[in-house]
Design a protein around this ligand. Structure first.
Ligand code: FES
Length: 115
């Protein structure tokens, strides 16, 4: 049974890291081959170390369909998309965006205008 006192949505910030994997010869490539496992591991480690649980969560997800910009990461509720994220970028995203609320502009993938 659901605890009626539980917050909803349950997270102040929710991070999704693409962990999709394709055959090596697939022209679209994938985020796993570009280092997504290390990125995911660092996000999870920092969420633990900085005691951000249960307010924040980082988890793997399937293809975000921005494969050419992988490793792809998206942070909600702001729906800020990050491109080409490396393990070296994770600390900055966590401290600046997750904790201070300031997205990391140099890594952002801005949406194209809708037609
Ligand atoms: S494989 Fe990661 S966005 Fe598609």
């Amino acid at each position: 049974m659901t605890d009626p006192a539980r917050r909803f949505p349950p997270y102040e910030r929710h991070v999704f890291i693409c962990m999709n994997e394709r055959p090596a010869d697939n022209p679209r490539g994938d985020c796993v081959r570009k280092g997504a496992p290390q990125v995911l591991e660092r996000f999870k480690a920092l969420v633990d170390e900085l005691k951000l649980k249960p307010r924040m969560r980082a988890q793997k997800c399937g293809c975000l369909d921005t494969c050419e910009f992988g490793v792809s990461v998206v942070v909600y509720p702001e729906a800020v998309w990050y491109r080409n994220v490396t393990v070296a970028d994770v600390d900055e995203i966590v401290h600046s965006h997750l904790i201070a609320g300031i997205p990391v502009e140099r890594l952002r993938q801005h949406p194209a205008p809708r037609q």
